[in-house]
Structures are given as C-alpha cells and as structure tokens.
Design a protein around this ligand. Structure first.
Ligand SMILES: [Zn+2]
Length: 236
C-alpha cells in the first residue's frame, strides 16, 4: 500500500514537472495554439486575463490602451515575410541577402515569432483610431502621439507581468527597438526556454519561404543568437 502510494506520488510530481517544462513544438512555432481567447485579437488565456487587468488600471489613470497585434500563426507570419521579400527584391531591387537582412530588422522568420505564442502584444494609444503606420518609434517618444501610453507602460507594465521584448539597449543585437512590443513573462519565459531547447537550426533550415534558399549556416546561427536570443534579459 505504502509502496503504491510512493510510486503514485512520484509519477504525480514527475508529470507536474514535465508539464511545467515542456511546451508542444507546434505551439512554439505557430502551427497550433488551442489556448486562445478573442476574435480578431487573440491572446493566450493567462495573458488575456493579465492584459484586461492592466487595461482597466490604465483606464482609471485616463490612459487608453489598444492592442494592434497579438497572436499570429505560422501562415500569417509566412504571408508577411513573403510579401516583404517580394517588395524588397522586386520593387526596391535589393539582392536576396540584403532583402533578408532588411526584413529581419523588424519582422521574424515564420516559426520563430514570439507572436506565435499569444503572449506578445503590440500596444498603441486607443485615442488615435485613424492613425496609419502606428508602429514607428518616434510616435512613442516625447511629443509623439503615443507618448502618454508609453510613459504609463514604462511605469506600470511590469507590475502586470508585461515586459518589453526588444529594448532600447544599444548593446542589444537582432531586432530594432520596438517600444510597442510587450510580452507576458509568466508564460512567455517558459515558451522561450522551451523554444531554445529545440533544434532551431534544423527548423529554420527546413522552411519553405521566399528567399529561404539563401539561409546559410552562418546566417542561421547569427539569427538564433541575435534575433531570437538577444531579447530583454528580464524575459528569460
Ligand atoms: Zn510585435
């Protein structure tokens, strides 16, 4: 009896540990996510709860947050990537490798976007619904349209679990400063740790997207270290 109980408890602890440290590969690379809330803006369940709390707190301070982008699946990211590649190589006549390095200033290779997880959001000020090209750094700086939102988030977002992913740290490589992109750490840190444990080189190498034939070994290695791993250290 005692032995059965010990064995049972052992398995219980192991399965609990397993569920906390592993995340389904398809969720990590945007090919599935069954834990989403929302219609056009979709968020992972706990992220959604925390965001609603933060949104309400901001509102009480007279600040109106608006999410312009949340969960994006693999296919959506592939569409963004392919369109940009076409534009940069055809319209702007860039060499393929140059086009790729332009795309990865702000956009991820499909399968490697933090937006796949439903934990990451791009936030602007809801007071300017007709504003175009909203994700521009200057708009979040002093005298910019979204400065009020940005100052509020600087002071309060971490209390609600939301951290900037791509900070203004000059030593940081990879994606440029994105003052709008916040990540819900309690869930995304777990996903991040799971993602970097996967065979990312193999995943990126096997992609079939525009320009992927130009992804050589050194490009892929640099992309993993700089674009995927060189994020706000507080999010790891
Ligand atoms: Zn973003």
């Amino acid at each position: 009896m005692m032995r059965t109980l010990v064995v049972f408890l052992f398995f219980l602890i192991c399965s609990e540990f397993y569920s906390q440290t592993t995340v389904d590969l398809d969720i990590l690379i945007g090919k599935s996510q069954n834990n989403l809330v929302g219609d056009s803006i979709k968020l992972e369940t706990s992220t959604h709860k925390a965001y609603k709390k933060m949104e309400a707190a901001a509102k009480r301070d007279g600040v109106f947050l608006k999410i312009v982008s949340a969960h994006r699946d693999y296919e959506r990211q592939k569409l963004i990537w392919n369109k940009k590649y076409e534009k940069f190589t055809n319209e702007f006549s860039l060499e393929p490798k140059k086009a790729i390095s332009e795309i990865i200033r702000f956009s991820t290779i499909p399968g490697t976007s933090r937006h796949h997880w439903g934990t990451d959001i791009d936030i602007i000020d809801a007071n300017f619904p007709n504003e175009e090209n909203v994700l521009v750094s200057e708009k979040f700086e002093k005298n910019g349209l979204f400065f009020k939102v940005k100052s509020w988030l600087d002071k309060n977002s971490e209390y609600f679990g939301f951290y900037l992913a791509y900070t203004n740290d000059k030593k940081r490589k990879g994606f440029e400063f994105e003052p709008w992109h916040y990540s819900y750490k309690p869930v995304s840190a777990k996903y991040y740790r799971a993602l970097i444990k996967t065979d990312l080189k193999k995943i990126i190498k096997s992609l079939n997207i525009n320009g992927s034939e130009y992804f050589d070994q050194s490009f892929i290695e640099a992309y993993i270290v700089e674009n995927i791993m060189d994020i706000n250290p507080d999010l790891k």
